[in-house]
Ligand binder design. Sequence first.
Ligand code: AMP
Length: 190
Amino acid sequence: MKNIVLFGPPGAGKGTQADFLKDLYNLVHISTGDVFRFNIKNKTDLGILAKKYMDEGNLVPDEVTINMLKAEIAKNKDANGFIFDGFPRTQSQAEALDNYLTEKGEQINGMVALEVPEDVLVTRLLERGKTSGRTDDTDETKIRNRFNEYNTKTAVLKDYFEAQNKYYGINGVGSVAEITQRISNVFDTL
Ligand code: AMP
């Protein structure tokens, strides 16, 4: 299996790139943000709980998120591999994912990180907010809080994967096609 963590701050382009890469490499794309939004739309208990956090730009608690992620993996028993988008976002999520894959005789092959300066990200998110219908994309205070969550809880995962020689940084500024090509150059080696 090829299991890749597509990493980067909010607005880095993870979802856009994962959409192309899942077809190119025949992988299952799991976006925890998309799963939460699906649950919110369908007013499930999980959605009602997650909404409180997401609306403020805060992370949803680890235990809830980890259980949901495991259920998504378990739904795809025949997968050739996974692209994880928006997960892991904390050290304990990363450890839980490692442990879960190890139990299955699998592993993360690499963390591919889209590196984009913060001012470019804010512009992209506000632009996306005009059409995405996402309340967390329209309010600059919430956007700033999402960066704060990223910088204080998520960015450390670079070190976590670097320590395992699995971190691959990519320049995330350019056209969508250029960035897909840069990521593919790394995917092909994993
Ligand atoms: P995203 O679509 O990845 O930008 O995620 C949108 C929101 O969903 C985040 O701001 C969090 O509130 C929540 N979320 C998504 N993935 C996670 C995760 N792995 N851990 C905690 N919260 C998450």
